[in-house]
Design a protein around this ligand. Sequence first.
Ligand SMILES: Cc1cc2nc3c(=O)[nH]c(=O)nc-3n(C[C@H](O)[C@H](O)[C@H](O)COP(=O)(O)OP(=O)(O)OC[C@H]3O[C@@H](n4cnc5c(N)ncnc54)[C@H](O)[C@@H]3O)c2cc1C
Ligand code: SF4
Length: 561
Amino acid sequence: MPDNLSANVSETIQRESMEYDVVIVGAGPSGLSAAIRLKQLGGDDINVVVLEKGSEVGAHILSGAILDPSGLDALVPDWKDKNAPISVEVKEDKFLTLTEKGAKTIPNFIMPPLMNNHGNYIVSMGNVCRWMAEQAEGLGVEIFPGMSCSELVYDDKGAVKGVVAGEFGKGREDSTETPGYEPGMELHGKYVFLCEGARGSLTKQAIEKFDLDADCDVAKYGLGIKEIWDIKPENHEEGKVLHTSGWPVNDNAGGGSFMYHGENNQVYIGYIIDLSYKNPHLYPYMEFQHWKHHPEISKVLEGGKRVSYGARAVTKGGFQSIPKTAFPGGALLGCSAGLVNLPRIKGNHNAMHSGKAAAEAAYEALQAGRSGDELSDYDANLRSGPVGKDLKPVKNVAPLNTRYGAKLGGMMLGGMDMWFATIFRFNLFGTLKHGKTDAAALGDAKDYPVIEYPKPDGVLSFDRLTSVSFSATNHAEEQPCHLKLADADIPITINLPKWAEPAQRYCPAGVYEILEENGEQRFQINAQNCVHCKTCDIKDPSQNINWETPEGGGGPNYPNM
Ligand SMILES: Cc1cc2nc3c(=O)[nH]c(=O)nc-3n(C[C@H](O)[C@H](O)[C@H](O)COP(=O)(O)OP(=O)(O)OC[C@H]3O[C@@H](n4cnc5c(N)ncnc54)[C@H](O)[C@@H]3O)c2cc1C
Ligand code: SF4
């Protein structure tokens, strides 16, 4: 048995355990940054493990992405010499407001300087994370992909002391009695970093257990749906960035689109819909498909081929929604703490800054012989350091967007507030509140018009199931459904009559269906199609759906999202 391996009995299930200094859940930019920084500081004296539910690092990473390199500059200043897959500098930055057939350019000079993409890079964050994992492994970090972390483990004082990871082979009915059942392991750490991205499943438990959101505003989210297209070389302009607002979603929801011309004649296109939308008939997936038919977009895609599809929630609560990030025995990093700068649509740099800051706080604590306590220095650094400085000037854009719509609220008033904060270093509107949670924001179906969407043409736009096949999603069949309903009757008895069961539309993978059988309606969950975006956990108006980790390795297999 290795030094750090021992047997552990938890209730009825016997598990082996391994001891580390720091256990990191999630191999995204925040988790990998923390791992790299810990080993830069502690070398062989510190042992660090990263656990990732995707089949490999990068398999579950979905981002735009334009990378603000400030986080990486601080972490690995010589990243260019180390062949980081970051080479396409932004050359042109365009913003359009769309009407059904037309488009108006918003001149760059009216945008506050913080919106400028000069010096940023168009990247595949999946590939950046793969490269970061190589750097981490080179420093001695242990990285285990295919390991879903399904439970937090507490010590006798109630502090987090580890996670359960790698439980496999449960039967469909949650049975642990199947012949192939493997109980997984407990991985114990003096500190446990939760780096699960938006709406993490263990993060949700930690927030509840330690009341981490007692003093902050509600968490807010958007749903981002993305495709990668190979386009004709004559349509490709490497380094070009296009953002749009307006059509097709217009005033039905906040949100907008992106189109980034990356390398190899590829464009990364996507649509982010604020999940605070009210009309339960809204169908985010179809808004995105429809958007591709706008002349400004179709002229780039025509003659091209869609090669990849995926979706992921993005945090948008900003500064006022950051929960307490340090708790006994651990910390929340990156989008587990909600660190996206909404108007810039950027969170990767803050994920990296948070990883570095958490690692430095943990290293100092370990040097002082501490363990299992709160890393309060990390929490303070997050608010006053580079992350806080990035998020404060933009903190009112999301609430203004929700109150007054995208044009008047987000762009005009939000723009004024950002300019004010840039020049005078404080926000014109103080700190605005977000109001309701995204789930509570949904209105009754009877009060909103049904929205008709055109049928996908199979050339520019596609049906959902065809799209899911472009995410290479797969889950082992014989396992319990990882989308848990607190009450199995609610979808039909409450959600259907009141909200026309919106899960049928907000899920970008078509997981939820209402089927008619023998004159009766039934709620069907096609869990095998789930792309782990977490939207159902966020938007279900009854808060009846709990997203739990399926077996490790399940879910999408994104090549370069
Ligand atoms: C459509 C879209 C466009 C975006 N565009 C940009 C952009 O252009 N620029 C930018 O800077 N930011 C952008 N963002 C935001 C950015 O992607 C996030 O801020 C960033 O990914 C956060 O990093 P993270 O490390 O916190 O989490 P993530 O990148 O989400 O990584 C979390 C990792 O943890 C793993 N994980 C989660 N739970 C568990 C568990 N229980 N057990 C094991 N593993 C687990 C996941 O599989 C994943 O690999 C965009 C986001 C979206 C959705
Ligand atoms: S089931 Fe939930 S988490 Fe999975 S793809 Fe659908 S909305 Fe996203």
